[in-house]
Design a protein around this ligand. Structure first.
Ligand code: SF4
Length: 382
């Protein structure tokens, strides 16, 4: 683990492609790790602990990057950019300096709260960027289960703040198929979205607001507290999608979902074992790797998996026993398996776990024997 990110300077002369790229901007990694503890999130577990780069270095490196590349946007990247302890000062300084050169400063990942929205609003002077918020779920019970600290009121206030600041198009990310989710939990998404449309203009209906609701399917990932959970079958996900379609027939709201067969394949590969290797080779022979999502064919993948005597549902839809030896147990990503197990059991009981930057060290194992790095304010090292 790189303990001191400041000691490892970022490349300040990144390669600039000759053609326009998808993410056509400079990316300045302001810190690594996240200790909010969302139980489905692999990045939040494997990139622990939080290690911040210092404001002075970031300011200097950000300016250098922009001047060396000619990019017209500088993105302050992190798993949750607004969580950097000096984000206000850093973003204000960079925005003031770069505004003169018509270069925008943006935040790619925002928390769902008023602070983050107001922060994004301060950075909109040069370029009107879109706004994406990720409430993930809409029912209080599921929020406790995934360990996401958020209430309907927080989300409503964040959307109202965005509306007040001039945003008229907002994207909301939700996830379906989470452990313990019921059909009522999915209906809650419809209720919440309708409530937002009714109240986003300071408690009154926001008639010109356009909400784009984007829905992904939960895929359990190794090295997370949900690594033992089952993933929903294709018919179960289809039922959820159609229920959402009905629940979100609301003027001004559009619904998009991630292709369920693609998520199912992701589920097979995410928690696969070495026996899958010949199946992947067979899939390549079947022509499954052409790189065009419109030509994606789950049937061809399934044929390839079956041709090796394997069953996709065994990998995807099966809840693992806590005693089962998992294919990735010999790999250590930092966080101890015992901590993941505790978090899994707490999710089942509907209990939450605090953020160690505020509530003190939870002994997840990511810091090893070392002291928690700088930036972990409030950490009790015992
Ligand atoms: S070891 Fe403690 S301080 Fe370090 S990331 Fe884990 S809970 Fe946080």
């Amino acid at each position: 683990m790189v303990e001191d990110l400041d000691g490892h300077a970022l490349p300040r002369r990144p390669v600039v492609p000759l053609v326009e790229s998808v993410h056509d901007r400079c990316s300045l990694e302001i810190f690594r790790g996240c200790t909010r503890g969302c139980r489905f999130c692999q990045a939040g577990m494997v990139y622990r602990p939080v290690r911040e780069r210092e404001e002075e270095n970031l300011f200097r490196w950000g300016l250098e990057m922009v001047r060396n590349t000619g990019c017209d946007e500088l993105s302050l990247s992190a798993l949750s950019s607004a969580d950097h302890s000096r984000i206000l000062e850093l973003s204000d300084r960079l925005a003031r300096e770069l505004e003169k050169e018509r270069v925008a400063v943006s935040l790619p990942s925002l928390r769902t709260d008023t602070f983050s929205v107001e922060l994004a609003a301060r950075l909109r002077r040069v370029k009107r960027t879109g706004l994406t918020l990720a409430p993930e779920v809409a029912s209080p019970r599921l929020r406790r289960s995934i360990n996401k600290e958020l209430s309907d009121e927080d989300l409503l206030e964040a959307v109202s703040a965005a509306y007040r600041e001039g945003w008229r198009k907002i994207k909301l990310y939700f996830m379906i198929g989470l452990p313990g989710e019921s059909e009522e939990d999915v209906e809650c998404i419809g209720d919440l979205v309708r409530r937002i449309m009714r109240q986003a203009d300071g408690g009154a209906p926001a008639r010109d607001l356009r909400l784009s609701v984007s829905v992904s399917t939960f895929v359990p990932k190794p090295h997370t507290p949900f690594q033992w959970c089952r993933q929903m079958s294709l018919p179960e996900v289809a039922r959820r999608h159609f229920a959402l379609k009905e629940a979100l027939r609301v003027r001004g709201v559009t619904l998009r979902w991630h292709e369920r067969e693609m998520s199912y394949l992701e589920g097979v590969l995410s928690r696969g074992d070495r026996r899958l290797a010949p199946a992947v080779a067979a899939a390549a022979r079947e022509g499954c790797f052409d790189g065009w999502s419109e030509h994606f064919s789950w049937e061809r993948w399934e044929r390839a998996i079956n041709s090796q005597g394997l069953d996709a549902a065994w990998y995807v839809e099966r809840e693992r026993e806590l005693s089962e030896v998992l294919p990735w147990d010999h790999l250590h990503a930092g966080v101890d398996k015992g901590f993941l197990r505790e978090e899994y059991l707490k999710a089942k009981r509907g209990e939450t776990t605090g953020d160690c930057r505020r509530s003190g060290c939870l002994r997840c194992g990511a810091c090893g024997e070392a002291s928690p790095p700088v930036g972990q304010a409030g950490v009790d090292t015992g």
